[in-house]
Design a protein around this ligand. Structure first.
Ligand SMILES: [Zn+2]
Length: 488
């Protein structure tokens, strides 16, 4: 596997006439070289005698690095065929993958979903470990069967056993997960609903303990469930790191710590592994304490935000991982955090400016909505007696709103550009004199101005309004608060 792409490998076995031993050639990395010992034990413990032989195993193509343990099963089968003169049927159109235990059991391997997809496209059958069933059953119209151990695979090839197909994933009942109630913060909830509806990136600014993290998590209850290609794309990324997902239809939510390295965030490593940005694909990447992230890591995020792809180039490979995530970021208004209250901040304007400037302008520029999450009266946040946990949006509203956008322009409002955006501006019922004043007064850049229109379009969509009206633009302008303060 390279990135998320599975490549076919052909395993050949030759019985030589030299001293007993096994040699594996064809750029095997350490886990593959160790297959030698695992496979021999697995074969013998499954009742096949293979000792005292000189075996040469070749893995083709020879210029492709082979990593991981998934080649155990095909290596075992190739040895069996060479040494036992077995007449095995159905090998020609079947691929095999799986790690063997010393006793011949098949163990789970990462990246199965990429293999399933590759075999489906190539029209080939695939045998995988039973432990990988959850991923194996995700792809419709694929010809996948599962086996528990080496014996089962051999019996299926001699015709005495039929391997079962993995079960299709159980349809999950969509219920809102048990969330902690969030009281108050109506402005932030409204902004979250708009962000979810239009696919906009959001920055929450507020002191610690005001519920920013709880609010960010709530957006997962608003996003439409994953299905079809989107579900498979996300599952393939998690499969690559060997992780099952409890619910494959749930949009992922990732909240890396601010000490995360650029590789952890974007992906990389000696064999390419997806980073947090890709693990958040079609879901939410939540960056709490945004100014504390390493500037180098944040800078690397700019490109993926724009393109939806994390391109990782190293000396021996170049791969790209998809990462079309929605960014939700949070930060304190000043560097002192808990030591300051909103009304009594003792930081100097210089401190505050230095702190805020840790987030580069270009990254800030890519965040559509800014919303303030103010301090609440003591006890208000969690005390059920002090208010109601109301949320202005719901998954149904967001899904309907997104459908309206996709129907109109085949994209979410966050990506609205060019002639679609111009058309919206032409049709809008907005006082031009007011707009000019707003641009002058708040010194809005062209980019910021366009963002305002995109947000206004989403607000109009939430109200099922065909055209953008004055009140939509006014509300949208209120979400560009950081532009006013910084004169961006
Ligand atoms: Zn302060």
């Amino acid at each position: 596997m390279l990135g998320l792409t599975a490549h076919p490998v052909t395993v050949e076995c030759h019985i030589g006439s030299s001293l007993p031993g096994t040699t594996i050639v064809g750029l095997p990395q350490s886990a593959v070289r160790e297959a030698r010992d695992r496979v021999k034990s697995a074969l013998e413990n499954s009742g096949f005698e293979v000792s005292n032989l000189d075996l040469v195993i070749n893995l083709a193509p020879g210029d492709l690095h082979k990593a991981g343990t998934g080649l155990d099963l095909p290596i075992a089968l190739s040895i069996l065929i060479a040494t036992h003169n077995m007449s095995l049927s159905g090998l020609e159109d079947t691929e095999f993958i799986g790690e063997l235990s010393l006793f011949g059991h098949l163990r789970k391997v990462p990246g199965i979903l990429s293999s399933v997809l590759a075999c489906q496209r190539a029209g080939r059958r695939l045998v995988i470990p039973t432990a990988n069933s959850a991923e194996g059953g995700l792809v419709p119209e694929s010809n996948v069967t599962t086996a528990r151990d080496l014996r089962e695979v051999v019996e299926s090839l001699t015709g005495s056993h039929t391997l079962p197909a993995p079960p299709a994933p159980a349809a999950k009942v969509k219920t809102l997960t048990d969330r902690n109630p969030i009281l108050g913060q109506e402005a932030a909830k409204r902004a979250l609903t708009i962000a979810a509806a239009g696919g906009h990136h959001l920055l929450m600014v507020g002191p610690p303990g005001t519920g920013k993290t709880l609010l960010a998590r709530r957006i997962c209850d608003l996003l439409p469930p994953l299905e079809g290609d989107r579900l498979i794309e996300v599952a393939a990324i998690y499969s690559a790191i060997g992780q099952d997902r409890d619910d494959y239809t749930l949009p992922p939510f990732r909240d890396p710590h601010h000490s995360a390295s650029p590789v952890a965030l974007i992906g990389g490593g000696s064999t390419p592994v997806p980073g947090e940005a890709s693990l958040a694909h079609h879901g939410v990447l939540f960056l709490d304490e945004l100014p504390h992230f390493k500037p180098a890591a944040l800078n690397l995020l700019r490109e993926p935000i724009e393109t939806g792809k994390a391109v990782i180039a190293r000396a021996n490979y170049k791969v790209n991982f998809p990462c079309r995530f929605q960014l939700i970021a949070a930060m304190n208004p000043c560097p002192a955090g808990r030591r300051c209250t909103e009304t009594a901040c003792r930081c100097t304007p210089g401190d505050v400016k230095r702190y805020q400037s840790r987030i580069s302008g270009p990254l800030l520029d890519r965040i559509d909505l800014h919303v303030s999450v103010p301090e609440l009266p003591p006890g208000m946040l969690t005390n059920p007696g002090s208010g109601r946990d109301t949320f202005p949006g719901s998954r149904e509203i967001v899904i309907e709103c997104r459908q309206r956008q996709l129907h109109r322009q085949r994209d979410l409002n966050a990506a609205l550009a060019g002639k679609h955006l111009e058309k919206e501006q032409r049709q809008a019922d907005v006082d031009e004199g007011f707009l000019k004043k707003a641009i002058d007064r708040y010194r809005l850049s062209a980019r910021s101005f366009h963002k305002t229109w995109r947000i206004a379009r989403t607000i109009a969509d939430l109200e099922q309004s065909r055209i953008i009206r004055m009140e939509h633009v006014m509300e949208a302008l209120s979400y560009r608060a950081l532009d006013w303060e910084n004169g961006v």
